[in-house]
Design a protein around this ligand. Structure first.
Ligand code: WTA
Length: 635
């Protein structure tokens, strides 16, 4: 039996119990099983959640790129590390082997050094989904520089804030990017941001769209000629286990974004271990995560987790709707994808389109399907299961956060069962707890509470960049001696977890605690509904009342709206209870979403409570224009 690779339910329980009984021994065995350590640790874990301070594999020495690349060169240098699929299907895909990746990363690392980057310096990476993005991150890790990737859909304002907060010395960007049938002037956006970033000395520019851009003398350099000239040998910097690996910003419910700081050894062990188990990756499989590397999902499950297992990982430059809604499935057929990992929002939007887009393609290579990022509603789960997995692929509903570094609660395919809308069981090594409002742990099953984690795990963020107090206040101050996730969850009668949504989405109506996800599920099950969001607004009698924003499918648009409202209310009464019926239901053409596809409930809450003067910054939304429409038609 191996702690590192769990194959059946009995093993799961055995390993799980051990991980709770003897966490240090459990993780030590995981860390011993793979990986190249330059020096062994003195101590597996030490922690104090009151400070908070957490250290894993203390005094161990390593380089993560040695583990993600060099380790495979001797026997498997020709194995494909990255399959890059371009935006335009008529352009050729690229297959980059482990030895080619090694050369690319070494050259890039030497370019960084020649341009003054040293261990500990921060480098801002603002690139589209092109191979240079992966190489840039790994090149930083090779020399001990700290990467801060900013999603290439963010505005110049957002880019400047993040670049300055991390005090980046260098920015790596491109002449532009392709997104469906559009091109985006990335360099223009970067230039605008850089006006406000005096700390950035050098800008390296990758060529992607051959745009005629301005290069600022003394600051901007084309990347390719530098790579061509650089040596392809770069000895990896030996890093301490707790040296910073990267910063990644995540938006808080208030204030400026938080730069979550992840460190080297724990993150590596955790992403490698979770990837192996949750996707049941076997050698020669082809794995595809559709996220953008600009989010944590891409960091952990396009790049580090797969490469640390010697996997073949797909990097897709484009969007699911281009050239048509069959693109994902076309790619699955083309590269014979075995594991496919995406977001519920993508599933819902593709489920709305004609089934011809799916049926045209051979999806028989698929073995495991995954989702991440938000609760998946029952209807979307079944569509995914029926149409994509053809009822033969387990769906891993993976719950985790930027802060957790890797997946925390999820089924393990072929080992533990799945249940629609449930993330199910904690991975061995993860100790969840549900807490009540008075700070007491809620034991037993068939209970609901705030989701916390009792014991540290190697992948957890260690701090908020240069703001340790905020780290403490946000995650460790609500409940004593616990990491607080900010999410609510329930545990069913068999002990499976279902994430009910952010706790700030919990609405108390007439004294009843309602999570928004189950109400939205009920609404979404109506055949005329495409998507919905429910928020609370102040109500004289009930304390709070519910306001539903509903997007209709084409088939619903011509229907009588009053009848639809009645039917939706009926459905909610049946599925959740009459208490959960919204006071108001507004039909909308879209919902305000973040670039990663999350509904911005904060904005909807303000509209619902007729408090639209101060909506905050809406410029980072995917679809800011929809906000005006919703305000205009609000009830
Ligand atoms: C939500 C993404 C339900 C949750 C990896 C969490 C989920 C936040 C799930 C983190 C899931 C993520 N089921 N909710 N399977 N996965 N969430 O930092 O509210 O972008 O706290 O990390 O997404 O979002 P983040």
């Amino acid at each position: 039996m191996s702690n590192y690779h769990i194959k059946n339910l009995e093993e799961y329980f055995q390993v799980y119990r051990k991980s709770v009984r003897e966490p240090a021994n459990f993780w030590e065995e995981v860390a011993e099983e793979h990986f190249t350590w330059r020096q062994r640790w003195d101590n597996v874990v030490s922690w104090d959640f009151s400070k908070p301070e957490v250290k894993w594999f203390e005094n161990a020495k390593l380089n993560i790129t040695e583990n993600c690349i060099d380790r495979f060169l001797f026997n498997d240098g020709d194995r494909t590390a990255i399959i890059w699929e371009p935006n335009d299907p008529s352009e050729n895909a690229k297959h980059i082997s482990y030895s080619e990746l090694h050369k690319m990363v070494n050259k890039f690392a030497n370019v960084l050094k020649e341009n003054g980057i040293e261990k500990g310096d921060r480098v801002c990476i603002y690139l589209p989904m092109i191979p240079e993005l992966a190489a840039a991150m790994l090149a930083c890790a090779r020399i001990g520089a700290v990467h801060s990737v900013v999603f290439a859909g963010f505005s110049s304002k957002a880019l400047a804030t993040r670049t300055n907060d991390a005090d980046c010395k260098m920015m790596i960007t491109a002449d532009g990017s392709f997104r469906g049938n559009k091109t985006i002037d990335l360099k223009g956006i970067a230039d605008k941001a850089l006006e406000e970033c005096p700390g950035v000395e050098t800008v390296l520019v990758a060529k992607r769209i051959e745009a005629d851009i301005e290069m600022k003398e003394g600051r901007d350099k084309w990347l390719q000629p530098l790579l061509d000239e650089a040596s392809d040998e770069c000895i990896p910097e030996i890093m301490d286990a707790e040296d910073p690996l990267f910063i990644l910003y995540t938006s808080g419910s208030t204030g400026k974004p938080k730069g979550m700081l992840h460190t080297t050894a724990g993150y590596m062990v955790y992403t490698a271990y979770t990837f192996k188990n949750i996707f049941q990756y076997r050698q020669n499989d082809v794995y595809w995560c559709t996220a953008d590397i600009g989010w944590i999902t891409g960091h952990s499950y396009i790049l580090y987790g797969p490469l640390a297992n010697g996997a073949t990982t797909v990097m897709f430059e484009g969007v699911p709707s281009y050239p048509d809604a069959g693109r994902f499935w076309e790619i699955v057929e083309k590269h014979k994808i075995n594991q496919f990992y995406t977001a519920p929002t993508a599933i819902r939007s593709l489920a709305k389109t004609s089934s011809d887009f799916v049926e045209k393609y051979d999806l028989s290579s698929l073995k495991v399907l995954g989702t991440v990022g938000e609760p998946i509603n029952e209807e979307a789960w079944h569509w995914y299961n029926d149409h994509i997995g053809k009822k033969r692929c387990p769906i891993v509903d993976t719950w985790w956060q930027t802060e957790t570094g890797g997946i925390m609660i999820s089924p393990i395919p072929f080992a533990t069962p799945t249940k629609p809308t449930y993330a199910t069981l904690p991975l061995p090594g993860v100790q969840p707890a549900l807490m009540d409002e008075n700070g007491n742990e809620i034991k037993g099953n068939q209970v609901e509470g705030r989701l916390c984690i009792k014991h540290p795990w190697p992948g957890m963020a260690r701090s908020v960049w240069r703001n340790h107090q905020r780290y403490k206040d946000t995650y460790f101050a609500t409940f004593e001696n616990m990491y607080f996730t900010g999410d609510g969850a329930l545990r069913d009668d068999t002990g499976y977890y279902r994430i009910t949504g952010r706790v700030d989405d919990v609405i108390i109506v007439s004294g009843h605690n309602l999570g928004t996800a189950p109400i939205e599920d009920a609404i979404n099950e109506h055949p005329a509904v495409a998507e919905s969001a429910v928020v609370g607004f102040p109500h004289e009698v009930k304390g709070n009342a519910l306001y539903g924003f509903v997007i209709l499918k084409e088939t619903g648009e011509s229907r009588n709206k009053e009848n639809l409202r009645k039917e939706i209310n009926q459905q909610i009464s049946e599925k959740v209870g009459p208490i959960a019926k919204p006071e108001k239901i507004q039909f909308v053409s879209g919902l305000p979403k973040t670039r990663s596809g999350k509904i911005m409930r904060r904005i909807l809450r303000k509209i619902a409570s007729k408090n639209t003067e101060n909506l905050g910054d809406t410029s980072t939304l995917l679809n800011p224009e929809v906000v005006d429409e919703i305000i205009e038609n609000s009830l």
